[in-house]
Write a protein that binds this ligand. Structure first.
Ligand code: ADP
Ligand code: MG
Length: 257
C-alpha cells in the first residue's frame, strides 16, 4: 500500500450519517440536470466529486444547502430533511459551510468583518466572541495579519483561505467545496489545498468538487465520478484511479491524468 493510502487510512470515518440523498432529481426548466442521485455521506468522510464540465457537480453541491431546489427525492443533513420550510433551510445552512471557485467575499468589508458578519447577525454571537473566533480561524489558515485589510488587497490564495476561515466561523459540521482552486494561479493552489488537507486531518466531513487528483489520492476516502447528471461510479481512490470500471470514467481519466 502506498504511503498516501496508509496516511488516509488513519483518518476515521464514523458510522453516523452526515448527508443522506435518496432518489434525488432536479430539473432546470425542462432540462433534467440531476438524475436519481443516491448518496450517503458519513461523518468524517472526505469525498472528491469529479466529472466533465456540465455534468451537474455544482448543481448537486448547491442542492445540498438549498442554493438550488430539487424537485424529486430527498436530502437530509444531520437528520434534518431539506424541505421548503425556511426553518429547516436555515438549520441546514448553519451546519453546512460552502466555498466557491470565486471566493464570494464581501469586497466592502474587511477580512475580519467578512468573518464576523454571519456569526453576529445569524448566530447572534456577541461581537467580542465573534472576533475571537474569527482570529482563531484566520490564524488557522495562516493569515491573521491580514485581518484589517479588504479582500481586494489580498492574493487569490489568501482570499480563498479567508473564505474557508469565514465558513469555519459558523462551526459547520460539513464543508462543501466547489472547485476552490480553479480560479487560482498555480503557485497559490498548494496553500489552499494544504488548508483543506489540515481540515480533513482534523476530521471535517468534506465534499469537494475538484480536478486536483493529487488531493483526491492523498485525502479522499471516496471519489465519485459524475456524468450527465448521474453518479456513474464511485470507489476509494486507489481503485478508482487504477481500475476504473465504466468507459465514461476511463475516458475522463485519460483526459485529465
Ligand atoms: P458542473 O458543475 O459539473 O460543470 P453544473 O451543475 O454547473 O455542472 O451544470 C450542469 C448543467 O446544468 C449544465 O448543462 C449547465 O449548463 C446547466 N445549468 C447550470 N445552472 C443552470 C441554471 N441556473 N439554469 C439552467 N441551466 C443550468
Ligand atoms: Mg461546476
Amino acid at each position: 500500500m502506498s504511503e498516501q493510502a496508509t496516511a488516509r487510512k488513519e483518518l476515521a470515518v464514523s458510522d453516523e450519517v452526515a448527508i443522506d440523498i435518496r432518489g434525488m432529481n432536479k430539473w432546470y426548466g425542462t432540462f433534467h440536470v440531476l438524475r436519481d442521485i443516491n448518496l450517503t455521506v458519513y461523518q468524517g468522510e472526505r469525498i472528491v466529486i469529479c466529472g466533465p464540465s456540465g455534468s451537474g457537480k455544482s448543481t448537486l453541491i448547491r442542492c445540498i444547502n438549498a442554493l438550488e431546489e430539487h424537485q424529486k427525492g430527498s436530502i437530509e443533513v444531520d437528520g434534518t430533511k431539506l424541505t421548503n420550510d425556511l426553518k429547516n433551510i436555515d438549520k441546514i445552512r448553519s451546519e453546512v459551510g460552502m466555498c466557491f471557485q470565486h471566493f464570494n467575499l464581501f469586497p466592502h468589508l474587511t477580512i475580519l468583518e467578512n468573518c464576523t458578519l454571519a456569526p453576529i447577525w445569524v448566530r447572534k454571537e456577541p461581537k467580542k466572541q465573534a472576533i475571537e473566533t474569527a482570529m482563531h480561524f484566520l490564524e488557522k489558515v495562516k493569515i491573521p495579519d491580514q485581518a484589517k485589510k479588504y479582500p481586494g488587497q489580498l492574493s487569490g490564495g489568501q482570499q480563498q483561505r479567508v473564505a474557508i476561515a469565514r465558513s469555519l466561523c459558523m462551526k459547520p459540521r460539513v464543508m462543501l467545496f466547489d472547485e476552490p482552486t480553479s480560479a487560482l494561479d498555480p503557485e497559490m493552489i498548494k496553500e489552499v489545498l494544504d488548508t483543506m488537507i489540515e481540515l480533513a486531518e482534523e476530521g471535517m466531513t468534506m465534499l469537494c468538487v475538484t480536478h486536483e487528483m493529487g488531493f483526491a489520492r492523498q485525502v479522499a476516502n471516496r471519489v465519485i465520478f459524475m456524468d450527465q447528471g448521474q453518479i456513474v461510479e464511485q470507489n476509494e481512490p486507489e481503485a478508482f484511479f487504477n481500475n476504473p470500471q465504466s468507459d465514461r470514467t476511463k475516458l475522463f481519466l485519460s483526459q485529465i491524468l
